[in-house]
Design a protein around this ligand. Structure first.
Ligand SMILES: [Cu+2]
Length: 216
């Protein structure tokens, strides 16, 4: 499933790619046929920039997250590889451990080469309790290999925004627990949604196929 969700303004801004800029004023007039290159134009051209992030990509979010080592992480750091994203909270005793297990099964179904390229990003709903230290304890408890799994803490507005873009619904109850969707999302190398799997347990083959296609 692909979803177009970011604002037209962002899309419009991206239309003005750096490569399409008018030449600098000092270079825009027609030079005399035999004139030397003006000093302002003699410098080597800057290195080609990475292509602009598409308006369908969640990597347009410029929010800053913290990983379970307390280091700042932006989602666009995962650009260039298949990414499996799920939202969860560490003190969940029912659905989230099953969801994490589903992602483990998905990874297990991947060919080794695809698995080596794939990153799993778990983002917590629980901005209050899921500090980097709490996420680190969760990593240990659930045996989540740091080479593959990134656990992210964010502030409530960023968590809301990401949940909205992924189509994840969540609600905190009076006891501080969350009821939530159980959604595994596969992102392509550009951060666009290529597959979503809803529910717990059951088949993960289709999601694994989607990851494998991105990993090619
Ligand atoms: Cu849960």
């Amino acid at each position: 499933m692909k979803t177009s969700f970011l604002s037209c303004a962002l899309g419009a801004a991206l239309a003005f790619a750096p490569g399409l800029r008018a030449a600098d004023s000092c270079c825009s007039q027609k030079a005399p046929a035999v004139a030397a290159v003006p000093a302002c134009c003699a410098a080597p051209a800057p290195e080609a920039e990475a292509p602009a992030i598409s308006d369908r990509s969640i990597y347009q979010l410029d929010a800053s997250w913290s990983n379970d080592a307390g280091q700042p992480v932006s989602l666009s750091a995962f650009r260039g590889r298949p990414v499996v994203v799920a939202m969860f909270f560490a003190s969940c005793t029912y659905a989230c451990p099953i969801l994490v297990d589903d992602v483990k099964r998905l990874l297990h179904e991947l060919p080794a080469a695809a698995r080596a390229k794939t990153q799993v990003v778990l983002v917590s709903f629980d901005s209050e309790r899921d500090t980097p230290a709490a996420l680190h304890a969760y990593r240990e408890r659930m045996h989540l290999d740091p080479a593959t799994w990134t656990l992210l803490h964010g502030e409530a507005p960023e968590v809301q925004e990401l949940a909205m873009l992924l189509g994840v619904k969540f609600k905190r109850d009076a006891r501080g627990e969350f009821s939530h969707s159980n959604l595994i999302t596969v992102l392509d190398a550009e951060g666009e949604i290529v597959h979503q799997r809803s529910g717990l347990q059951g088949e993960v083959a289709e999601a694994a196929r989607a990851v494998s296609l991105v990993a090619r």
